[in-house]
Design a protein around this ligand. Sequence first.
Ligand code: NDP
Ligand code: 8X3
Length: 254
Amino acid sequence: MRTVLITGASSGIGEACAEVLASELKYRLLLCARRLERLEELKKKIQSAYPTCEVFCFQLDVRNNKDIETTWGNLPAEWRNIDILINNAGLSQGLEPIQNGNIGDWDRMIDTNIKGLLYVTKHTIPLMEQSKAPHIINLGSIAGKDVYPNGNVYCATKHAVDALTKAMRIDLLEKGIKVTSIDPGMVETEFSEVRFKGDNERAKSVYRGLTPLSGKDIAEIIAFVLSRPAHVNINDLLVMPTAQANGTVIVRGS
Ligand code: NDP
Ligand code: 8X3
């Protein structure tokens, strides 16, 4: 059994990762997010489908380094050896030209997507020391490879994730920790509802006229990446809906 820690497991890609990995019956799941009740529901769902799957849920805001330190220090003994970290928690806020940008939105994206990922990684690496196959997977994005109109700060945070993934791969090489970046294009999750702050019509319009990726599509790819033999690492994987060529070129039906 390999123990996997998934941040942002209460929704979307993180939730799908928990379900897909549970279905493989070779992972124990440590799940965190701010919405604990959602995690508890997910745990129930997983354990009713896969009764032997061990799941431990806890509330966490990845922006709070002190809380991470305390929570990691208080993890039950049987959850203190981690094999896999999926740095998935992240968000976008707003889609405005930079001159109209909201500084609170910028802070939330930078604090979550960059600083939160760094804090979680820093505190998790020591818990990977005993692992025979340690692996860190960072959720990047097409927004970390391309910049699209009005994407400015969100794109900057995902470019930072891209740089951090490359840096981690160098620094953690001597520890034998594999580091992978998964970079999706459009995935239909709560992402756009969060970006547009509950404007569901605007959120839905993002995916209108095309078939976007699903959280499960990404989770299955992550399960494949994790299943490679010890000597194989997938460094970086860019995955798009067929209707999306890059950050800006998308074809929509009627
Ligand atoms: P969702 O909004 O569905 O899920 C985001 C998850 O992140 C939620 O579980 C949320 O949990 C968690 N989260 C957000 N802020 C925090 C925080 N401060 N502390 C802890 N957890 C937090 O979106 P996705 O599943 O789509 O997004 C997952 C990742 O994938 C993100 O990093 C996103 O940037 C990336 N991505 C998404 C794409 C897409 O098109 N959807 C494409 C490319 C990359 P809670 O609110 O309970 O804390
Ligand atoms: C989220 C996908 O296309 O909005 O990273 O950048 S996109």
